[in-house]
Each structure stands twice: as C-alpha cells, then as structure tokens.
Ligand binder design. Structure first.
Ligand SMILES: Nc1ncnc2c1ncn2[C@@H]1O[C@H](COP(=O)(O)OP(=O)(O)OP(=O)(O)O)[C@@H](O)[C@H]1O
Length: 755
C-alpha cells in the first residue's frame, strides 16, 4: 500500500496538489486527482496543500497497535526532531508514554547520524566529484526518478533512520521490530525501497503517535520521567536543523566555504540542481534537504509552532537544558554493521510531444499566438506550454485551463439563453400566445397597422415600454407576411455579449478570434427568405450598428473574419424601449441606421392606456393559466377586476399576466379574488375607493365601503386588545372564533397578528 492515499470523494479538483507538486507527479482524472507513484518523491507537499484533505497519509496506527499487542519485542526510535513536536513535555515523559503503550525500548534517532559519520567521511574524502548527501529520502527519490545523471554524486551511505534500524536489528536481534517516529513522509516511502527494506518495520508520524496517546487517554505531562535507551547522541541531536548535518556528520563546515554547501527547501534544492547541471557551481559536498528549515520543517511537523521555536527546542535538547537520562548499559556494542548502499535509476521517461503536437493542444484551448499564452498557473503548471505537454502525456486535461473554460462557459451560457428563449417562445406559441387580445381603440389601431404592413417587405420598428406586446406584434407581422412559410428568427440583443452577438448574427470564419474553432453560419443566414426580429436593438454597439446598416443596405452578410459576403433575403423587424432620437442626439445610436429602421413604426400603448381591454385580457390569461396549470378556473370576483383596472401596471401586460397566473395558483375554488393578488393591488383598490367616497355612487356601494372600513378597524382593535390572541379577541367581540378567523383572512390581518 502506498504511503499517501487519495480520498476520491473529497477531491474537488482545485489543482492545489498539481500546483504544489515539484515534479508534477499528479494525474488529473475526470473527477479527482491521483498520485503517480513512479514519479512521486514523497515530499508531502500535496498533503499539506490540499484544502479538502483529500490526500491523506495511509493509516499506520492500526498496524502499530496490532504489533504492540502481539507480544513481540517492539522498539521505538524517536526521530531527531522530536523535541520540536512534543514541545510541552520532557523527553522522559515521552519515553514513559511510549513504554506505557507497549514499546520495550525507546531510542533516539539522532544517534543514527553519528552511526553513519565515518562512512560519510570515507565516501566524501575523494574530491573527484560533487558529493550530494543522501540522508533525505525525498532528495534520493528526486535524483533517482528525475535526475538520474546525478546518481553518481549521491553519497553511497544509508540515511540515519535506516542506519538506526540496521544497528538495532544487528545488535538486539532480527526478531526485534523497529518503529521509527518522525515528521517525515518520504521516510515512509524509503522503507518500501528495495535497497533499504527490512531495516525499519513501520514509520509513524508524530501526529499519528499523539493520536495513539489520545485514544488511550494518556496525558504525557502527568507521567514520571523514564530514561531513554541506547546510546546518548551528541552532535547527532543537531542533525534535524538546516545547518546541523555537517556537525552531526563531523564534517568541517565554514559558511564562507564554496566547497561545502547547504540547501533546504524545494526552491533552493531545485536551484542548486540547475546550477550544478549548468556547471555554474561545483562544490565538494552539498547537503540537500527537500523541506524548508531542514527536518524540523517536515510535512508532519507541529504546524502550530514557528520555525524559531522548533529550532530552539532542538538546540535546548542538544544542550540538555531539560534534563534527560539515558540508560547507558543498554547500549549494545556496534560491530561491523554495513551502512553502505547503492542507487539505481528509476527514471520513467514520458513521451515528449513534438512542437506541432504542443501547438495543437494550445490551439484547442484558444491559444493561437504567444500573446494568448497567459501563463496564469491556474491549472497548476508553471506555463501554458508545460501544461500542454502534460495534456499530451495524459497527466492533465483540457478543461484545466481556467481562462479557456470560463470563456467556453460564457459562450455556452449565451447559446443556452438563446435556446431557452426559442423554447420559451415555442411554448408560448403552443399556449395560443400568438393572438393579440384587446378591444380598446389603441389595440385596434395596432392591429390595423399590422394588417397593413404585414404583407409588404418593409422594415418595421416596434416601440413601446417593456411587456407591452412588441414581440407578439413582430410575430403577428410575420404571420401576415408572404414569408410566413419561412423562418422567423428572434434575437434578443442583450442576452449575449457584444462580440458573441456579432458572430451569432453574421457567423464567423474558423480562427477569426479565440474560440472560433470551426466556420459558423449566422442567424441572418438562418433567416434567409424569412424574417429576423431583433429585440432590444437600442442596446447594440456602434460597431454592430455599422455592420447592420451594411447588411440592410447591401442585402448581404459578411461573417466575422471572412472576406467574401453572402447575399441574404431577410425582412427586418426591430424593437426597442429606448429613446432612439435621444440616442442619435447623444451619439450612441447611428443616425443613418435610425432612418433606415424608422420606415414604419408601430408604437405599443402601455396597459394603463388600454384599461378597457383589461377584462378581456384577464379572461384570456385565466384561460392560459388554466391550461398551463391544468386547473379549472371558474371566474373572477368583480372587486378583483376593479383592482386590476385601477392598478397603474408599471410592468405592463406581462406583469398582469403573472398576477393572474399567481392568483390562479392560490385560489382554492377556481374563483380569483382580491385576496389572491399581491398586497400592492388591494391597497391601491382601497386607496381608490377612499378617494372616490366623495363621488356619488349608489347607496349600497357607498354603504358597503364604509362598513368594510369600519369592520376592518374593529377587528384590528379587538386583536390589539387581546394582544394578538384570536380566541380571546373573538370572545371580546362576542362572535364565533371561526367567524373571527374568516374576517382576519378577509382583511388579511393575519400577517400582522403579533403572535
Ligand atoms: N395584447 C396582448 N394580448 C395578449 N397577450 C399579450 C398582449 N400583449 C402582451 N401580451 C403578453 O404579455 C407578455 C409580454 O409580451 P411581449 O414579450 O410581446 O412584450 P415586449 O414588449 O416584447 O416585452 P419586452 O420589451 O420585455 O421584450 C407575453 O406573454 C405576451 O403574450
């Protein structure tokens, strides 16, 4: 089992792991990202950078617990950075805790650094090449898997961890099980390698160990100190610090010496390797560690502590500022244990794409020129080219390019809106929306104009407020035209972006702009022989206005990016609620286009000036609602019709249609009442009736209005007196509770009921 697992369900494909992986050992799948272990160097960056914690250390707690309870002799080795994790207990208390959970002995891993010191001295004595330390398993993996040419530079000595394992098994016997505890994730990978297998049985992180203490309810700070076993390390205790390796290995190190070099952290290590490869530097020995701050900065470090504090903890342990005992006689003698090792190339070469293959992938994500390559890194790769190579190698997906995906989404959105509009119109047509209803003088005038202009080829400009039936009128004109067997293409000029609108209307040629992957026909061509209805024409850009004028004058369209024009026979109907004359004066609408459009104008009257038609429209919309909701509609109360005729309708006919549909949903018995309308309508009705009190109406009507007002006030008062309690209010009023409730409903006082 690999040391890191991906919890697929948690992965949200944010590419943080791709971004943080120094060797791009992450493959992006359809729904999650996974590690390619052949390329992975175990640095643990993906663990620490995954916001969803979808990358996790494979659990070793279970096997540890099992081993501890198996009766076998299990020895713990504390990684040399342990004081920087378990910072608020003494080493002795930690030993005590470890023994409590079943470890037979507890050793300091720092001694491992001293074990390999002689071998290091021997191996690095020759000045024939730059020597690179091999104690950091991530560095070893980096070189073996990605820079095999540098393998010869790796010091052929095992890491202090492996040295400790060999030493303990060699001296205590091979039956002994060794568990190494540290902040290193690469160490987990190291124990699985052919070269080092068998020396350490389990690598646990400090965090995993802390979890075991917690689950056993062991409070370390409450324990008595117990001595450490084995040899007491000296300078080995400084090994986890960035500059501690040479001291631990007994190598003389002068910070001004260009022969000995120390680099910690991804950027510095990669910089060193690049400099070395380029021949800019040639040190005698280089100490490399993949983690910043050295081993005290391992991925499993105590993230709550700063580097300085962690460093101080290690130094104070070295100086023994916190007393710490070691059972000296438990130190087994060191006899002829081999600490040498070799390295092999694990370089898994991925196929390199040819230049045209990279270009193809770049083109597929809308990158046609160098300028299009943003190198924004949103995909996790350092450049668009690196990303294109990864796509070629099957590591990355096209959709990972954020600017491309956003643009595609925007285009899809525009297309969907268009499609939705078309579908909506089809539906409306099915529900009989095509007919213009109304018997008022102005509607009849509009109908007359439609009949007159319909059969001609004349361009028509329909003007009027929103929701007054402009589109309905355009459809009627097309129906009356000789083109009614040909398509009527409707375009709402505000639903798509300006640049997209141009290509939607006139089409485009492949490669004419980013995203134009194939040739595309425009809507003018689609409407050839029929009618095109451009709704909201007052909102198009001056550039588009010029192009439209050209189409109208020449009767031909030229696709975006195209050089040749194509003849089209299209009748134009345009609509707007904008003041185009003002547009001409202010310069946002072309005068020539204005005159070209303003040949035959139909102005839609607002609903407030067609009050006479309201009752007939109401019944028309009730029928529509009945069909749409599949609900029987019986009728409408007279007061409700009154409310509809007195309301000023800022949103015009569409607003009224919606009010009727809402009321049709709310009514229980198929009769629409004022109570089914939004509050604004009934309030307007009340206001109007108060205002008309002075006007002489019939005695009954006048009396009714007074009674209604009085009754409402009374109910309100009783409710107030009863503090909102309906039962009590009904008692005070001496009327049945149900009647009281009915009156509350009638006057819609329930919402104000303070209960
Ligand atoms: N005279 C009418 N008879 C029947 N239905 C009508 C009438 N006028 C408008 N409607 C209905 O009102 C709604 C709005 O009409 P339409 O979309 O034609 O208005 P518009 O002026 O084009 O609106 P906008 O300016 O918002 O695009 C539609 O559902 C339409 O069927």
């Amino acid at each position: 089992m690999e040391p890191i697992v991906t919890v697929k369900e948690k992965c949200r494909k944010c590419y943080c792991c791709v971004r943080s992986c120094p060797v791009k050992a992450i493959k992006v799948d359809k729904s999650y990202t996974e590690i390619i272990f052949d390329r992975c160097i175990g640095c643990g960056n993906c663990l620490n950078n995954c916001p969803q914690q979808a990358k996790m250390v494979t659990d070793k707690v279970g096997v540890t617990e099992k081993l501890l309870s198996s009766g076998e002799e299990v020895v713990a080795v504390l990684g040399s950075s342990f004081p920087s994790f378990f910072h608020n207990v003494t080493p002795g208390q930690l030993v005590s805790g470890l023994k409590k959970i079943g470890f037979a002995q507890v050793h300091e891993g720092a001694y491992g650094a001293e074990l390999v010191a002689d071998d290091y001295a021997r191996a690095t004595a020759k000045k024939d090449r730059p020597h690179i330390t091999s104690h950091c398993p991530a560095i070893v993996d980096l070189i073996e898997r990605h820079y095999p040419k540098l393998i010869g530079s790796l010091v052929p000595v095992v890491s202090p961890m492996v040295a400790m394992g060999r030493y303990l098994k060699g001296t205590l016997g091979h039956h002994v099980r060794v568990i190494y505890i540290s902040s290193c994730i690469a160490a987990k990978f190291e124990t699985q390698m052919e070269e080092t297998r068998g020396s350490i049985d389990i690598v646990l992180t400090y965090k995993e160990l802390a979890g075991i203490f917690r689950s056993r309810q062991i409070t370390l700070s409450a324990l008595e100190d117990e001595p450490l076993d084995g040899m007491r390390p000296s300078a080995g205790r400084l090994f986890p610090l960035a500059d501690g390796t040479f001291r631990a290995f007994g190598i003389d190190f002068d910070p001004l010496d260009t022969e000995a070099f120390t680099a910690c952290g991804e950027v510095n290590v990669m910089g060193f390797i690049n400099d070395l490869a380029a021949g800019r530097i040639s040190p005698h020995i280089a100490d490399l560690r993949f983690c910043y701050d050295g081993c005290i900065g391992g991925p499993g470090r105590n993230h709550a502590l700063t580097e300085f504090y962690r460093r101080n903890r290690v130094i104070s342990h070295y100086k023994q500022e916190v007393p710490c005992r070691t059972v000296s006689d438990s130190a087994p003698p060191l006899t002829g244990i081999p600490f040498g090792r070799s390295f092999t190339s694990k370089y898994a070469k991925l196929e390199t794409p040819k230049a045209n293959e990279v270009r193809k992938i770049l083109n597929a994500t809308n990158k046609f020129t160098v300028k299009d390559e943003l190198n924004c890194r949103a995909c996790g790769y350092r450049s668009c080219r690196e990303y294109a190579v990864a796509v070629f190698q099957g590591l990355a997906e096209i959709e990972m390019c954020l600017p491309f995906t956003l643009q595609r989404l925007e285009e899809d959105r525009g297309r969907l809106i268009q499609k939705y509009e078309l579908a909506r119109r089809e539906l409306e047509r099915e529900y009989g929306d095509e007919f213009i209803v109304g018997n008022d003088r102005k509607t009849l005038e509009v109908l007359g104009l439609i009949k007159q202009v319909g059969p001609t080829p004349t361009t028509v400009l329909i003007r009027g407020e929103s929701g007054t039936g402009k589109e309905l009128t355009a459809r009627a004109i097309h129906r009356y035209s000789k083109r009614n067997d040909k398509p009527l293409v409707t375009v709402n000029c505000t639903t798509i972006t300006d640049s997209l609108l141009e290509s939607e209307l006139f089409g485009h040629k492949r490669g004419s702009f980013t995203g134009a992957v194939t040739d595309k026909k425009g809507l003018f061509e689609a409407a050839d022989g029929g009618t095109i209805f451009l709704d909201e024409i007052g909102d198009i850009t001056p550039k588009l206005q010029a192009e439209l004028l050209r189409v109208l004058d020449m009767g031909e369209v030229r696709p975006v990016g195209g050089t040749t024009a194509k003849k089209v026979d299209v009748r134009l109907i345009a609509a707007t609620n904008k003041n185009l004359e003002q547009g001409v004066r202010e310069g946002w609408f072309r005068e020539d286009l204005y005159y070209r459009l303003n040949v035959f104008t139909i102005t839609m009257p607002p609903l407030r000036s067609r009050v006479e038609s309201i009752p007939i429209l109401v019944h028309h919309f009730m029928d529509k609602a009945s069909t749409k909701l599949n609900k029987r509609m019986v009728g409408i109360e007279e007061r409700a019709v009154k409310a509809l005729t007195t309301y000023p309708w800022p949103g015009n006919i569409r607003e009224m249609q919606n009010v009727i549909e809402r009321a049709a949903v709310l009514t229980h018995d198929g009769v629409i009442r004022v109570e089914n309308f939004p509050l604004a309508l009934s309030e307007k009705l009340e206001e109007n009736s108060t205002m008309s009190l002075d006007v002489r109406t019939s005695f009954r009507a006048e009396r009714e209005q007074h009674v209604v007002k009085l009754e409402k006030k009374l109910i309100q008062r009783y409710l107030e007196e009863a503090n909102g309690n309906v039962t009590r209010a009904a008692k005070l009023a001496n009327i049945p509770r149900r009647t009281f409730y009915r009156l509350i409903d009638k006057y819609r006082l329930r919402e104000r009921d303070p209960r």
